[in-house]
Ligand binder design. Structure first.
Ligand SMILES: NC(=O)C1=CN([C@@H]2O[C@H](COP(=O)(O)OP(=O)(O)OC[C@H]3O[C@@H](n4cnc5c(N)ncnc54)[C@H](OP(=O)(O)O)[C@@H]3O)[C@@H](O)[C@H]2O)[C@H](O)CC1
Ligand code: K
Length: 511
């Protein structure tokens, strides 16, 4: 699914109206119906109490007026408060007229802010994608009043005061919603950690927007949902053998951190690698062989860390980093790996690499190595690791800029890990992942992702970006399946490994 700017959203509305030969008021009615349908599913009339709908002067306010009418028809107790304005949109006026006397309406002024008892359900229809500047004056005072009242806010389309696709100045007034009910497509703003406190839980209703416009729209932002990964894991041929799915090499572990190697190896196996060989420090030999009997093991001559790179000839992909440590000997191995991978003997393409954890930190300390990254190398930093590779970000939007720029400059596939992990491609696309849950914020879940990506990059049937997008999605889905069994707090990385098979199998059955 693609994500659009606020300006493109307006064009999409217009395209829908023209394509379907409907009026803008009819499209607004669909939006209001979609909002009310969600609302009715969430709040029973008996327990909702009196609902206050706050309406601004544009079409967001128009949505609010139409929703107020529909809520009243559905037997909710509703009142409306209007923000004063010199001008109102045409569809606002249309819906103001359609509101019957059964819904009390008051005008908001600085002297008459609406009374809001604690826990009142408030529908925020003040401003939507037409927000043209940060809120000040009366709208800002109203937002503060809402916060002070401890209301339970449901935002229409987007919390008022929040820009859909750009940062707002620090401390500017933004409504803090418990839920945001949006239309058609999610907004980029919903996916950024800095906005979580405003957006709350978000939902998107289908209002029949032009699919043709969406399919042809140009945007760097994508949202990886089930449809996006459908078909990216081809079925296995009956005549396939273990060589078909590639031989992966994993360089992982150091004294005290062999668990990372074991988790990554388990994930690589569950991810479908035909063969896996692990290079581990000497001390990890027994641990690894006993924990992962399906894999082969090449113990390093050094007992505590990995100090020598094996010959890469037999392998189709290499993963490095989980539990590696940051010793000079391991840095030398990483440097050698980058050199050997760029021009692997007998290969037309560079070796597919996955670089994670301590290997990323080593890259951050020796940035000259970034120039050696073979094309389509996968890097999987969390925000701190990413900062070590680039620079501290001013905010989440700046971080996305840095991410996009980095992936383009180094022709790499970078997965910035987080609630909506974001894959940046060498072509400048940003793919936000939709699966996963907070239970996955636990030690070792990144090692699992590395192992899974290693398996998928070793599978020559998959294109590089498709493999990574699928891996990030399946990893999140495995976390969701695991959390279903263990709960979020009880989830540990090994649970994710155990659910990778079912998750991948679901992905391969998606159509
Ligand atoms: N497909 C859809 O998503 C649909 C969305 N709908 C809804 O329409 C809104 C967008 O409506 P729009 O009329 O474009 O814009 P808003 O309602 O958000 O606001 C515009 C008015 O607000 C004024 N404004 C803007 N910023 C401020 C501010 N900081 N302070 C005060 N006033 C402000 C603006 O005035 P200008 O001076 O900027 O001209 C306008 O008067 C979308 O979010 C959905 O809710 C449709 O219902 C159909 C489908
Ligand atoms: K709003």
């Amino acid at each position: 699914m693609i994500l659009l700017t606020a300006a493109q959203t307006r064009e999409l509305d217009q395209a829908t109206i023209e394509e379907q030969n409907i009026t803008s008021a009819e499209l607004m009615e669909r939006a209001a119906e979609s909002f009310v349908q969600w609302f009715r599913g969430r709040y029973a009339t008996a327990s909702a109490g009196e609902i206050l709908v706050l309406c601004g002067p544009g079409n967001n306010g128009g949505d609010g007026l139409a929703a107020a009418r529909l809520l009243q028809q559905a037997h909710y107790a509703v009142r409306v408060a209007l923000l004063p304005a010199e001008q109102h949109s045409a569809d606002w006026r249309h819906n103001r007229q359609r509101l019957t006397a059964a819904v009390p309406v008051t005008d908001i002024s600085a002297a008459h802010l609406p009374h809001i008892a604690p826990h009142t359900l408030v529908v925020d229809a003040l401003f939507g994608t037409g927000l043209s500047r940060p809120l000040e004056g009366l709208p800002a005072a109203l937002v503060a009043h809402l916060a002070a009242a401890d209301a339970r806010v449901v935002a229409v389309d987007i919390p008022s005061g929040l820009f859909a696709d750009a940062p707002q100045p620090a401390d500017s007034a933004v409504v803090r919603a418990e839920h945001t009910v949006s239309f058609g497509l999610p907004k980029l703003a919903f996916l950024l950690p800095q906005n979580a406190k405003f957006v709350g839980e978000w939902h998107v209703g289908d209002i029949g927007l032009s699919q043709q416009f969406i399919a042809n729209a140009a945007s760097p932002w994508h949202y990886t949902d089930a449809a996006a990964v459908a078909g990216s894991l081809p079925p296995r041929s009956r005549f396939s053998h273990k060589g078909t799915f590639g031989h992966a090499l994993l360089l992982a572990g150091s004294r005290g951190k062999m668990g990372a190697a074991v988790l990554a190896a388990g994930a690589c196996q569950r991810g479908g690698a035909g063969l896996l060989t692990a290079r581990v420090p000497g001390c990890g030999y027994d641990i690894f062989q006993i924990s992962v009997p399906e894999a082969m093991c090449l113990p390093d001559p050094q007992p505590d860390v990995i100090s020598e790179l094996p010959d890469l000839t037999p392998y189709q992909a290499v993963g490095i980093g989980p539990g590696l440590g940051q010793e000079a000997a391991s840095l030398a191995v990483l440097r050698q790996l980058l050199r050997d991978s760029a021009a692997a003997p007998g290969r037309s393409q560079p070796m597919p690499l996955i670089i994670d954890a301590d290997a990323l930190n080593l890259l951050g300390q020796h940035r000259e190595l970034l120039d050696l990254l073979p094309e389509n190398t996968v890097l999987t930093p969390h925000p701190k690791e990413f900062e070590r590779l680039t620079e501290p970000a001013r905010d989440d939007y700046h971080r996305l800029e840095l991410l996009r720029d980095f992936a383009q400059r180094h022709r790499s596939l970078v997965v910035l890990k987080g609630a909506y992990s974001c894959l940046a491609t060498p072509g400048g696309e940003l793919h936000f992942n939709s699966t996963g849950n907070p239970g996955m914020a636990t030690g070792g879940s990144g090692d699992v992702l590395t192992g899974l990506l290693l398996a998928l990059r070793a599978d020559a049937r998959l294109l590089p970006a498709d493999a990574v997008r699928l891996g990030v999605y399946a990893h999140g889905m495995a976390g969701d399946l695991a959390a279903h069994e263990t709960g979020e707090a009880g989830l540990i990385a090994g649970d994710i490994v155990r659910q990778l098979g079912p998750a991948l199998s679901r992905c391969s059955h998606l159509i």
